[in-house]
Design a protein around this ligand. Structure first.
Ligand SMILES: Cc1ncc(C[n+]2csc(CCOP(=O)(O)OP(=O)(O)O)c2C)c(N)n1
Length: 374
């Protein structure tokens, strides 16, 4: 076969560094024990934060949440490969990636409950984004951030910056035109971009087998001259290794890479979904056994980098910290009603000002009547 400039086998196989029991089965990344432990703590923090946001949604304090359970390795491993000045274009299921970029639990919960410190001022759906951390707000239209990320990477290249851009999205996004136009531009212009598919096997209720006849999603890169790599997305070291190589390749002028991280969405699509209507409970139970955190913990213990006692301490420390953060976030006042006029027009028109006056009047009446506004 003619040389494609990359190894197509990498798009068809499944790269692993550790198996389900934490045994080493592939080449370990060359990073310090401290860094390896840091990745673990990010995964634990993502799990604790995810559970809190889910609880707050069930208590009626958060509008909607897309649970991350089971996908912590894919988000943390990918983002961990970026440098501080790189950019992340995430989707809505990547709490771990936000934490790796430097966001705090407090900022994420401020946003989730839309209090006065919410940087996105209560705007609907965008999960989080902040220029401070080079994190672009996750978009609602699935996959629409892919061409934007590629464009940002091309811009960085034109300006002679050494910045790498990473976009993370789901398997469902690979069925959108945005994915294909993004990949095409990335290939043609050798964009310094890393495109990471979190293949959690479902786009809401639609299984990946109903979305594509391609053998793997990573293979889709080949048609656009973009090397694809398929990794075990529940193996944080496999994801990190592939992402590090891709980031290095992008930074040194080698162009884009498409990474497929094969994982599984253990929970519902969002808090508005009931997966019991389209998949068997046994399926989710089977995947729970592949839990990325348990597996990585076993590896770290085998390597002598973590003890059972230290592990217990990490969970306790972060559970308490996040509980305190939640209390702090709820002690902050809610957003003032005026925010609905912010960030829309530079100068609101008469009609909006009139609506604002009416809103204030209704709120005053509600208060006078001793009612509560949720
Ligand atoms: C363009 C567009 N079509 C449909 C939707 C409704 N929708 C929201 S999430 C989703 C599924 C996305 O699946 P995937 O890309 O696999 O990501 P996952 O939710 O599994 O992480 C759909 C269809 C949308 N937000 N945008």
């Amino acid at each position: 076969m003619e040389d494609l400039g990359f190894n197509i086998e990498e798009a068809l196989g499944l790269h692993r560094v550790i198996d389900e029991d934490g045994n080493v089965v592939g080449e370990e990344p060359k990073v310090s024990g401290e860094k390896l432990l840091e990745m673990y703590v990010f995964m634990v923090r993502a799990r604790i934060l995810d559970e809190w946001i889910l609880k707050l949604q069930r208590a009626g304090k958060v509008a909607l949440h897309a649970p991350n359970r089971g996908q912590e390795a894919a988000a943390v491993g990918a983002a961990f490969a970026l440098d501080k000045d790189d950019w992340l274009f995430p989707s809505y299921r990547e709490l771990g990636a936000y934490l790796v970029r430097g966001l705090s639990e407090e900022e994420i919960i401020d946003r989730a409950i839309a209090n006065v410190d919410d940087p996105l001022k209560g705007s609907e759906f965008a999960v989080y984004g902040n220029r401070k951390y080079n994190v672009v707000p996750a978009p609602v239209p699935v996959g629409s951030h892919i061409p934007l990320a590629v464009g940002a990477a091309i811009a960085a290249k034109i300006m002679g910056h050494k910045t790498v851009v990473m976009a993370i999205f789901g398997d469902g996004a690979t069925s959108r035109g945005d994915f294909h136009s993004g990949l095409n531009f990335a290939g043609v212009f050798k964009a310094p971009v890393v495109l990471v598919i979190q293949n959690n096997q479902y786009a809401i209720s639609l299984h990946v087998s109903r979305q594509t006849a391609a053998r793997t999603l990573a293979l889709k890169g080949a048609a656009y001259g973009v090397p694809g790599v398929r990794v075990d997305g529940n193996d944080v070291l496999a994801v990190f290794s592939a992402a590090s190589k891709a980031v290095e390749r992008a930074r040194s002028g080698g162009g884009p890479t498409l990474i497929e991280a094969l994982t599984y969405r253990v929970g519902p699509h969002t808090t508005a979904d009931d997966p019991g209507r389209y998949r068997l409970q046994d399926e989710a139970k089977a995947f729970e056994k592949l839990d990325p955190i348990d597996r990585y913990r076993k590896y770290l213990i085998n390597k002598g980098l973590l003890s059972e006692l230290e592990d217990k301490r990490i969970w306790e420390e972060w559970s308490l910290k996040v509980e305190d953060v939640v209390k702090r976030c709820f002690n902050k006042p809610p957003l003032p009603p005026e925010v609905i006029l912010h960030n829309v027009y530079s100068k609101p028109g008469w009609n909006l000002l009139e609506q604002m006056r009416e809103l204030r009047e209704s709120l005053r009446l509600i208060e006078e009547l001793g009612l509560e506004v949720e």
